[in-house]
Design a protein around this ligand. Structure first.
Ligand SMILES: [Zn+2]
Ligand SMILES: [Zn+2]
Length: 511
């Protein structure tokens, strides 16, 4: 086995050397154009500048700023949000992602990995969830069309179908997800329990299982072995396949939800989960049906059809939201922002932002983003039923966004100057040179801005140390102007990069 292993490695190394050699030969042949060659030189000279390369994740560009993500007590977030044994924060995401998730992409296995993979795939069937997930869509697809063709359904039944659908959907997004898994806000017990009943109607597992699995998903996102619904295993697995078998990644020990396991109500829900599911989906829905005089129709539409729809719309967040859309905040994981997916998922389609800043109560962070869950939470807080809504500092969000823009712009410079982009052929050498120079010099300035921001934070910390508690707000007030200036500078960098792309009639791609 060792011999095979060794020969495999040697062969791989030789192949890599050959590939590098071929690449060098190709590049030396390709750079006959004077323009590209000169720009290539300039590009490497600028890279020798002490400013770190934007090709690295943000954490490498400015570790202090990445660390600051770990600080829950920022300007907008005075909540003590430290969850025991959990990684609720974007900085933790950086750490989780720095293990080169792409190595898990499926083609780079060692012999031991093959064995682990075989064992993973041989996991036994998870009969109860598999039975529910297979039987309910089939039953809905067969019974609902027949029933609708042969019975008249009253507007009241349709209204209950819609209302229970909204209750169930929002109980998962605002309840299980943002309230319990991420502690993005605090809710009045009445609201918390209302969401708990709605989430039980959803038949997606107890709060313990859902939240433990979800926190693991965030911590090990895209890891084939540890992320319970790893998108690296494809659409089917991340959508539904992960629940059909008893995979080791789906075996939760609840160590990451110690804040929830103390909760008496959640303990009862977990202990008698099967009973609650039947009581809610048959007892409660049947009772509503009796009240409006249509038990059968309500059980079918607000019960079965609503359940199947809610299942698959929620599952889209794990599958499609890791496949299609843009990555404006980070490309270190597969999560995407997708407006179209935000519509059926109650605003959870802005998944790239959510994976980067998971403790924010909003997923659609811009005011125009369609996120009914954030509107519901904000409304609840207005009427005193929710509090301590956690948000990420706007400057931090802008920094992440512009940092990604530079990452893509510098990549564009590389591909244009190495002629591996068809757009390079359509540009004159002078346009190409101008574009590259603009991006490079803007990037140097951007790094200076980031350093100035860091210095400002250090200054604020030092000032606060020397001030009495009652005068702390004066420090914030004093530094407000400087902070505003940093924000304007970051926005100006963003504008200038867009302008450089506009000049060569292209758009920075965000996928
Ligand atoms: Zn995700
Ligand atoms: Zn989440």
């Amino acid at each position: 086995m060792t011999l095979i292993h060794y020969s495999f490695h040697t062969a791989r190394r030789m192949l890599q050397k050959l590939a590098t050699l071929a690449n060098e030969i190709r590049q030396s042949g390709a750079s006959t154009s004077m323009g590209a060659e000169e720009i290539g030189k300039q590009s490497s000279q600028i890279r020798q500048h002490p400013v770190p390369s934007a090709h690295q994740p943000t954490a490498s560009i400015d570790p202090k700023i990445a660390d600051s993500h770990n600080n829950h007590n920022n300007h907008n977030n005075q909540v003590d949000g430290v969850m025991q044994g959990v990684t609720p924060d974007a900085a933790d995401n950086y750490n989780a992602h720095n293990f080169e998730a792409d190595n898990y992409d499926g083609h780079n296995y060692e012999a031991g990995d093959d064995l682990a993979e075989q064992n993973f795939k041989r996991s036994p069937i998870n009969w109860i969830p598999a039975g529910v997930l297979v039987a309910t869509p089939i039953a809905a697809a067969v019974i609902a069309p027949w029933y609708l063709a042969t019975h008249k359904v009253s507007p009241a039944t349709w209204a209950v179908f819609g209302l229970v659908g909204a209750w169930t959907g929002l109980s998962i997004t605002a309840g299980y997800h943002r309230l319990m898994s991420h502690r993005a806000y605090k809710a009045h017990p009445a609201v918390r329990n209302f969401f708990l009943v709605g989430a039980t109607l959803a038949v997606q597992g107890s709060a313990f299982n859902w939240c433990s699995g979800h926190r693991t998903h965030h911590k090990h996102v895209d890891d084939r072995m540890q992320d319970p619904y790893s998108a690296k295993r494809g659409f089917w697995f991340s959508h539904i396949g992960w629940m059909l078998k008893k995979y080791p990644s789906g075996n939760f020990d609840y160590k990451n939800i110690r804040d929830l396991t103390q909760d008496k109500v959640l303990q009862i829900q977990h202990k008698y989960y099967g009973l609650w599911v039947v009581a809610a989906n048959v007892g409660l829905i049947g009772a509503i049906g009796w009240l409006i005089g249509d038990v059968k129709g309500t059980l079918l539409l607000a019960g079965l059809v609503r359940l199947v729809l809610n299942h698959h719309l929620t599952f889209f967040i794990n599958s499609l939201c890791h496949m299609y859309g843009t990555r404006p905040y980070t490309d270190t994981n597969s999560a995407r922002d997708n407006f179209l997916l935000a519509i059926p998922t109650w605003g959870e389609g802005y998944h790239n932002y959510h994976h980067f800043f998971q403790y924010d109560y909003r997923n659609g962070v811009k005011w125009w983003h369609y996120d009914p869950t954030k509107w519901l939470i904000a409304t609840l807080s207005q009427v005193g039923l929710a509090s301590d809504l956690r948000t990420v500092d706007t400057l931090k969000i802008k920094h992440a966004e512009v940092n990604m823009l530079f990452k893509r712009a510098l990549h564009k410079v590389d591909t244009l100057t190495s002629h591996s982009d068809s757009a390079a052929d359509q540009l004159t050498p002078s346009a190409l040179q101008k574009f590259s120079q603009r991006i490079m010099s803007e990037h140097v300035l951007f790094n200076e801005t980031v350093q100035a921001w860091q210095a400002l934070k250090t200054e604020a910390m030092a000032m606060k140390k020397n001030e009495f508690a009652e005068r702390l707000h004066e420090v914030d007030e004093l530094l407000k102007g400087k902070r505003k200036l940093i924000e304007q500078r970051i926005k100006a960098h963003q504008y200038n990069v867009h302008d450089a792309f506009f000049a060569i009639r292209q758009r920075p791609v965000t996928v």
